[in-house]
Design a protein around this ligand. Structure first.
Ligand code: MTE
Length: 310
């Protein structure tokens, strides 16, 4: 492998070591908001998520990187639009309609959703189809816990998700970029996989609106657009559901969208990626099969042609 490329994102790839060591001591000194230019304002309440070993070897991006470089087309298509406009989204109260092939359909408030749930902190790689990547310390719980609450019936094969559609609060939905509301879907076994999270926070703080408050999906082995934000509906269905980007262009955005360095996007190679926060001259690193989660998830696709079913 050429020395220029590294297959892994370690602490040293993001920020020179002395800088993050220095940041850490600043954080320890309670000066993080000031020193890192946080846009959160007064410190938000901590969620108390339980630390886990997930991603213990990865150095997360700064909170600033994570909440200032976003894709959330409901608020505009520039990376900086969501941080500027997502404050318009009303996130309290919030509920998710769970329907379709479930024993307990209905409206689940955030209290219902979080009842009996222990939030975990999991540090996951996050890879956008556009070739940028981050490492994010999510706070969340396994989607399987919520689906089990709803009681999945035996004929359910897929899970469909929908984002809120609120023209009054979301300036971006006035443009017909994709068919609104934003929709996504997973096969049931993907949805039940222990890596698949419903996230309600980042850095142990409540989810910033631009990142999909109050609750979003995180599927770390798939391109970022599968990780749908600000979810208001989850439907258990028998047939593969239509999804926003696949409906827009099926050849460019497959239903599966597993991160795969061997299946190029028709308009660009997927062999390499660029880590956000690494500066203008950041090295490109090799894209990892299933974004580095091959050991955990490859078995879901045994016998499948991952080029055809991209
Ligand atoms: N969810 C909704 N509702 N709308 C969007 O535009 N963008 C997707 C995904 N989820 C998107 C969405 C894309 S393309 C990516 S890469 C990730 O959100 C970005 O998540 P982040 O802004 O938290 O990094």
């Amino acid at each position: 492998m050429a020395g220029r490329y590294q297959s892994d994102m370690t602490k040293d790839d993001v920020t020179p070591k002395h800088v993050w060591l220095n940041r850490r001591s600043l954080i320890a000194g309670g000066a993080s908001a000031l020193a890192l230019g946080s846009i959160a304002g007064p410190a938000a309440a901590s969620l108390g998520a339980v630390k886990t070993d997930y991603g213990a070897d990865l150095e997360p991006n700064s909170f600033d990187d994570i909440k200032s470089y976003n894709n959330f087309y409901e608020f505009g298509t520039d990376k900086s639009d969501p941080a500027r406009s997502a404050h318009m989204l009303t996130t309290e109260p919030w509920s998710i309609e769970i329907d379709g092939l479930v024993d307990n359909p209905g409206t689940y408030t955030m209290d219902d959703i979080l009842a009996g749930v222990t939030l975990e902190e999991r540090i996951y790689r996050f890879r956008c189809v556009e070739r940028w990547a981050m490492v994010v310390p999510w706070a969340g719980f396994e989607l399987a816990d919520l689906l089990n609450k709803a009681g999945v019936q035996s004929d359910a094969k897929y899970v469909a998700f929908e984002t809120a559609y609120r023209p009054d609060e979301m300036p971006g939905v006035r443009s017909p970029i994709i068919e609104w509301p934003y929709r996504e879907g997973l096969r049931l076994d993907e949805a039940m996989h222990p890596l698949t999270l419903m996230a309600t926070g980042i850095y142990d703080e409540p989810m910033p609106k631009q990142n999909g408050a109050p609750i979003r999906l995180v599927v770390p082995w798939k391109y970022g657009y599968k990780s749908i934000k600000s979810i208001v509906r989850i439907s258990l269905v028998e047939k593969q559901p239509p999804t926003a980007w696949n409906t827009y262009s099926a050849n460019e955005y497959g239903f599966y969208s597993n991160v795969n360095p061997n299946r190029d996007h028709p308009r660009w190679s997927q062999k390499y990626e660029r880590r956000i926060g690494g500066g203008l001259f950041a090295r490109q690193t090799e894209t990892l099969m299933f974004n580095g989660y091959e050991e955990e998830v490859a078995g879901l696709y045994d016998g499948m042609d991952l080029i055809e079913f991209h």
